[in-house]
Design a protein around this ligand. Structure first.
Ligand code: TXA
Ligand code: MG
Length: 344
């Protein structure tokens, strides 16, 4: 099939994309976080096409994207007060809430779970597409399963050209890492994935937050995970990624002494001069962590090439959006972290 490329500025784009969704085909849509691979979330056959295109494990449920907060009541029940408060404060925006699912949500969409994840994305064209399609749009990140997420239309075409009906090109995504996921179905709110809405922001509203263990450690692939997607190998380029911790100087000394040709260095812009001759790639500025989240996946994609040996990566410290960057980079590195200040 020929994949249509629709500009998000095109006056006809929302109606064309909505028609494709209504017809049960796939459209990649821009959001503030990453591009999603969208389909009618109430149509099991359309949802099956998402799993097929991504090579996604069947036990990994999808997020339903809604055009406005009030729509969550169509697909969820027993909604706690906290969900309304979070929606009021952070939607449209990079927050996904896991809530008890109504029966109208097909089991295929939620991978058989009694719950469903919902989110209202902060992208006006995409919300218009959802509104015109008249259904909630199920959309995982548009990457092939296991690979770094897609933050431009070019990334989407790289993975799916000729396999999906259309991509809506809305330029590079502003946040660059996927939404924060919070599970509100238990006694205590649980952070399943850090993202653009920070743990600090959630705490301020909820007053309580359990951080799921999948956020901070590798979960066995046969284990039962709260967010099934968190247990799979993820975000990884073909090369082995190793995070090198420690001060700028100690990390540079360690990397320079272990570097061999065909290795690469993924570092902060401020560190580029320390790695001359080591083929460094910057993904943003350490002093402005939003540039790191915005640049991370494009950089990991650039490093996804068979000729590369090892990737030595630098990871920001601290909370806020840096916490989400740490989570993605640690997963890309399968939690391999070297601290030269301890090793030497
Ligand atoms: O920013 C985002 O959330 C992007 C854009 C496109 O909206 N979407 C996204 O979807 O990241 P995906 O499928 O790549 O990641 C969704 C994660 C997976 O780890 C999945 O296991 C988890 O959400 N999830 C979905 N439904 C769930 C549920 N009912 N309970 C627990 N986890 C769920
Ligand atoms: Mg994903």
């Amino acid at each position: 099939m020929k994949t249509l490329i629709l500009s998000s500025n095109g006056p006809e784009t929302p109606s064309i994309a909505a028609e494709i969704i209504k017809s049960g085909e796939l459209v990649a849509i821009p959001t503030e976080t990453v591009y999603g691979l969208g389909a009618d979330g109430l149509n099991p056959e359309a949802v099956a096409k998402i799993f097929l295109a991504k090579g996604r494990p069947q036990d990994n449920p999808l997020i339903l994207h809604v055009a406005e907060a009030a729509d969550m009541e169509k697909f969820c029940h027993n909604i706690p007060q906290a969900a309304y408060i979070l929606a009021e404060k952070f939607w449209p925006g990079p927050l996904t809430m896991v809530l008890p699912a109504k029966d109208c949500v097909p089991l295929e969409t939620r991978a058989g779970l009694p719950t469903v994840a919902v989110r209202c994305p902060d992208n006006a064209v995409t919300r218009e597409i959802i509104r015109l399609s008249g259904v909630p749009v199920a959309a995982p990140s548009a990457n092939i399963s296991g690979k770094p997420s897609t933050t431009t239309a070019e990334h989407v075409l790289h993975d799916h050209d000729g396999k999906i009906a259309a991509v809506v090109d809305g330029g590079p995504c502003r946040v660059g890492v996927e939404s924060t996921i919070v599970d509100l179905t238990e006694d205590r709110p649980r952070l399943l994935r850090p993202g653009g809405i920070t743990p600090e922001q959630l705490m301020e509203v909820l007053g309580d937050l359990v951080v799921d263990k999948a956020v901070v450690a590798q979960i066995d692939k046969d284990a039962v995970a709260k967010a099934p997607g968190m247990k799979y190998k993820h975000y990884a380029p073909q090369a082995e990624v190793v995070i090198v911790a420690g001060s700028r100087e100690n990390a540079a000394a360690y990397i320079r002494s272990h570097f061999v040709p065909n290795d690469r260095v993924l570092c902060f812009e401020e560190e580029l001069p320390l790695y001359s001759g080591c083929n460094p790639l910057s993904y943003g500025r350490e002093a402005d962590t939003a540039t790191l989240s915005a640049g991370l996946f494009a950089a990991l994609r650039e490093l996804d090439s068979p000729g590369i040996g090892r990737v030595y990566a630098r990871c920001p410290d601290g909370g806020g959006i840096a916490y989400a960057v740490q989570n993605r980079l640690k997963k890309a590195a399968a939690f391999r972290i070297i601290d030269p200040e301890v090793e030497v």
